[in-house]
Design a protein around this ligand. Structure first.
Ligand code: FAD
Length: 437
């Protein structure tokens, strides 16, 4: 009698670019059963979180239901649960509610979280920008300080309209440009009783240039463009501490503020500490060129959760395109293993890097040869590439409508202060003297 071979079970932790990329590829194969576990029931599009935070896009534009993304594939099971522990020897994960999932293959793609580098007060008082919730929380804080300042202009002296962004990489630079546009183009028209021009965006970077992965020309372009929008750059300055009402800098000055955004660094998400695997640079899991973890057959780590070696042996950057391609490659290697074929080393197809610096301004370095673009051409390329990276057609259409609305009307359509309880600020707290430059 003919017996059917049981399908191999693949457990994937994380429905980000890497995990979802892997699940989608495996979903097309009849040889596997997939369980995709994520603490949220949606895939979040991190590159656009800063636009949610600055009221340009709605949360629904950057979050796609995982179930809908994988609908129609009977061999994929989505579970919303937070994985607390992974045992790489048995390829088993255990969730917060005590359930365990064991696979023939285990794919760890749990992404990253903020790395505060032990900066005093940073974890407690700053707003990270790595999840949809972070973006919603930041949006509410930005809107709350405008509302408070509109009712009582004296709080402006206490830094109500000072916005301090820590970290001049792509996230911090993009946010600074978007926030300056929001203040200059939208808030000036909406708060007639408030001297909105007193609002200041500060961008603090301990290195000497913004957008470090880009060329020197792009560094200068970004700095010049932000300064023309009124952003105050604090280059070569480290943040010494963050308090509830100010940020201290290494030159001994401080900036009074109630809105500090942490874009100062990343490390692997907390699961890495409970994965039974040794961690490398950035707290990430070191993997072999084929994305497997040495010494643990059937275990893969990928995307922002791993140090993925590039062709030159150096780790590839934490980018959506790297994560997405890792996901698809992992699926191919798993299917090869099942078919008794050898795994192959991951090859990253580098399409380039880009960053938006605000309305009509972006920098892009396209392809491996890094053809440089800036200005309107780079802006258009940025819009196209990011729309294509989005996973759902609905999200793409809605995002384009919101971008167009924002561009032509100079409005921020999503001015929703939905966390007003969290944003009741005690303006009389810590009345220390402040030093600003
Ligand atoms: C603000 C910002 C802007 C960015 N801009 C760009 C850009 O313009 N271009 C670009 O290429 N890249 C950009 N990136 C980087 C890019 O978003 C990441 O490299 C990419 O998201 C990594 O994908 P990933 O699948 O590894 O992780 P993620 O996308 O972070 O996905 C990880 C998933 O794991 C889940 N998870 C985490 N822990 C657990 C757990 N314990 N249990 C269950 N589930 C868990 C999370 O909910 C999440 O869904 C940006 C990142 C940020 C934060």
């Amino acid at each position: 009698m003919e017996t059917t071979k049981p399908r191999a079970h693949v457990v994937i932790v994380g429905g980000g670019f890497a995990g979802l990329g892997c699940a989608r590829r495996l979903a097309k194969s009849g040889d596997v059963q997939v369980t995709l576990i994520d603490k949220n029931n949606y895939h979040q599009f991190q590159p656009l979180l800063y636009q949610v935070a600055t009221a340009e896009l709605a949360s629904s534009n950057v979050a796609t239901s995982l179930r809908q993304s994988l609908r129609g594939h009977a061999n994929v099971n989505v579970k919303m649960a937070e994985v607390m522990v992974a045992d790489p020897k048995s390829r088993t994960v255990t969730t917060r509610d005590g359930r365990s999932y064991q696979g023939d293959f285990l794919v760890l793609a749990a992404g990253s979280q903020a790395n505060f580098f032990h900066t005093q007060g940073a974890e407690q008082y700053s707003f990270p920008l790595y999840s949809l919730e972070d973006a919603q929380r930041l949006r509410s804080r930005i809107l709350a300080v405008f509302e408070d300042a509109d009712r009582d202009a004296s709080v402006v002296e206490k830094g109500a309209l000072n916005f301090v962004i820590i970290g001049g990489g792509p996230t911090g630079t993009e946010l600074a440009g978007a926030l300056a546009d929001m203040i200059n183009l939208t808030m000036t028209r909406e708060y007639a009783d408030l001297a909105v021009k007193r609002a200041q965006v500060y961008l603090v970077e301990h290195g000497s240039a913004l957008l470090r992965p880009f060329s020197e020309k792009a560094h200068a372009y970004a700095a010049g463009h932000l300064q023309r929008k009124g952003v105050r750059l604090r280059l070569g300055q480290a943040v010494t501490h963050v308090a509830s009402d100010r940020v201290g800098l290494s030159d001994g000055t401080s900036i009074p503020t109630r809105t500090v955004v942490w874009a100062g660094g990343l490390m692997a998400s907390a699961l890495a500490d409970h994965s039974g695997l040794s961690k490398g640079h950035g707290g990430r899991i070191d993997v072999q060129p084929d994305l497997t973890v040495d010494g643990f057959p059937g275990v893969y780590a990928l995307g922002d959760f791993a140090n993925v070696p590039g062709a030159d042996g150096q780790s590839l950057p934490q980018l959506a395109s790297v994560a997405q391609q890792c996901g698809v490659w992992t699926a191919k290697n798993i299917l090869a293993e099942i078919a008794g074929k050898p795994r192959t080393a991951f090859h990253y197809h580098d399409k380039g890097i880009m960053a938006m610096i605000g309305r009509d301004a972006a920098v892009a370095e396209i392809g491996r040869k890094r053809h440089e673009l800036d200005g309107a051409m780079a802006f258009a390329a940025w819009l196209g590439v990011h729309a294509l990276l989005m996973s759902g057609v609905r999200e793409r259409i809605e995002t384009f409508i919101d971008w167009a609305w924002d561009y032509f009307s100079r409005n921020r359509p999503i001015q929703v202060l939905d966390r007003s309880d969290e944003n009741r600020i005690d303006w009389d707290e810590h009345p220390e003297p402040s030093v600003t430059k």
